[in-house]
Design a protein around this ligand. Structure first.
Ligand code: GLN
Length: 484
């Protein structure tokens, strides 16, 4: 059942928060051993909360919009009293003293957290294979990756263990796993959702958003977590619209820009075919397809991997063996510096080290102008491409990923191949624009495919309206993996 349907049934007295919680915990018990979506399952905490919510309801008190709805949280968002590891050895044993704003808002709305989900270490990756706790498997094919970095959240929703989960998206980490797992993933506009309590990877790119099966659920969750937060200096004061009211089903007159030249090389034929079918379906509902060009989109990957690594090298300096998590065993002759060095060497995995080195390099004197500054300049050109395009279209459509889910181990030895996964997703982070991935078909071997819509700044409403309209005509989002 969707989150919206569960909330309706609990509110209507057809079932209880405890019954819903138990049913989902049973499902986790059955599926999780095969999928490994969770770092921590908080069963006791969840049942306690569900009991309290039922008492609250029986007392006739007003119910939040997610009253009794089970959710999962990516393990790079702080949860008071519940271990939060970012799937890194360096944070083993870290228990945050406070909750991220998104977690506090979900709980204030009545949601019940069932656990913390796996990710690529510090959200650096596209497959969850960079997790220090082992990879998550794709529920559609257990030999394949669910995508990443929010692969645990995506697999938990795709495996029907929770109807709703949160991820973070720095270069595609919500949309890519959503596409590979056959579910919906929304990356809101930069500044829309508070990053307070999110472990920073690249602060000018990071944004939190929901995973769900239906667009209606994504709208519901986004409504709850979005909006200004004084704890995040980059949080926008732009008012949140009524997103559920914007789901009218209507796309007549909506202009959808399709960047044809950008969709050629390296995109699998079944992905392209499913994408074009989806565009046809939206056109049949009254939208207009417009040919557009994004001349600088092809630079997205190099620009992203310069800016993201530069910011990561700075953000991850705080993990020093003093304030959080892992500290090396101190030997007699150790200096403070060797303590820092060994703690970081023991605590960080290979990909995180690669990015810290790359990022430190591009920021260093003599290279800054050639790499970091140049990347920022091209970022501006990319932003202008979209500004130009949004003068004549309302949304931009592309496939979300160039291929369906790849095999575990297939790309781990070749970081460039892994990075190329993000070709369609990094633009939205570099520009700050909102984007959504929606399931739109399957490959011949029944692997999910998704398409992506990118919208104007703060115009999630149009994205959600178009995506919901598409779901009214299609059933891809209702299909679940065959196992269990
Ligand atoms: N796959 C991209 C990376 O490895 C994006 C990750 C993300 O969005 N957190 O950086």
């Amino acid at each position: 059942m969707s989150a919206s349907e569960l909330a309706r049934q609990i509110a209507g007295g057809d079932t209880t928060a405890v019954a819903v919680c138990e049913a989902h915990l049973d499902r986790i018990k059955a599926i999780e051993p095969k999928v490994s979506a969770f770092n921590t399952v908080t069963a006791e905490r969840a049942l306690d909360r569900a009991r309290a919510l039922d008492v609250h309801q029986r007392a006739g008190k007003p119910l939040g919009p997610l009253h009794g709805v089970p959710v999962a949280i990516k393990d790079n968002m702080c949860t008071a009293g519940v271990p939060t590891t970012a799937s890194s050895k360096i944070l083993r044993g870290f228990v945050p003293p406070y909750s991220a704003t998104v977690v506090a808002r979900l709980e204030a709305a009545g949601a019940v957290m069932l656990g913390k989900t796996n990710l690529d270490e510090f959200a650096m990756g596209s497959s969850t294979e960079n997790s220090a706790l082992g990879p998550t498997k794709n529920p559609w094919d257990l030999d394949r990756t669910p995508g990443g970095s929010s692969g645990g959240s995506a697999a938990a929703v795709a495996g029907r263990m929770v109807p709703l989960a949160l991820g973070s998206d720095t270069g595609g980490s919500i949309r890519q796993p959503a596409a590979l797992c056959g579910i919906v993933g929304l990356k809101p506009t930069y500044g829309r959702v508070s990053r307070y309590g999110l472990m920073a990877f690249a602060s000018s790119l990071d944004q939190i958003g929901p995973f769900s099966c239906t667009v209606e659920d994504a709208a519901l969750a986004f409504q709850v977590i979005g909006g200004h937060d004084a704890h995040d200096a980059t949080s926008s004061t732009e008012a949140m619209p009524d997103l559920l009211a914007s789901l009218t089903g209507e796309v007549k007159g909506l202009r959808i820009g399709v960047p044809k030249a950008f969709l050629g090389e390296g995109v699998d034929a079944p992905v392209l075919a499913a994408f074009h079918e989806a565009m046809k379906s939206l056109a049949a509902r009254g939208a207009t397809l417009v040919d557009i060009e994004l001349p600088h989109a092809g630079y997205g990957i190099p620009v992203y991997y310069l800016i993201a690594t530069a910011e990561a090298s700075s953000n991850l300096a705080r993990y020093d063996g003093v304030r959080y998590g892992h500290r090396t065993t101190i030997e007699k002759d150790d200096t403070l510096l060797t303590m820092y060095e060994r703690s970081r060497d023991e605590g960080f995995g290979a990909e995180v080290k690669r990015r810290i080195m790359l990022g430190t390099y591009v920021l260093s004197a003599g290279y800054y102008d050639a790499y970091y500054l140049k990347a920022q300049q091209v970022r501006t050109l990319l932003r202008r491409d979209f500004e130009h395009v949004f003068a004549s279209v309302d949304v931009v459509a592309t496939p979300t990923t160039p291929t369906p889910a790849f095999k575990l181990g297939e790309k781990t030895s070749d970081p460039i191949q892994m990075y190329l996964n993000d070709i369609f997703t990094v633009s939205a982070n570099l520009t700050g624009l909102p984007a959504i991935s929606v399931p739109c078909g399957f490959s011949a071997d029944r692997l999910p495919i998704g398409f992506q819509l990118t919208g104007r700044m703060f115009d999630e409403a149009t994205l959600l309206r178009a995506a919901d309209s598409y779901q009214r005509d299609t059933a891809f989002h209702t299909e679940a993996p065959a196992f269990a």
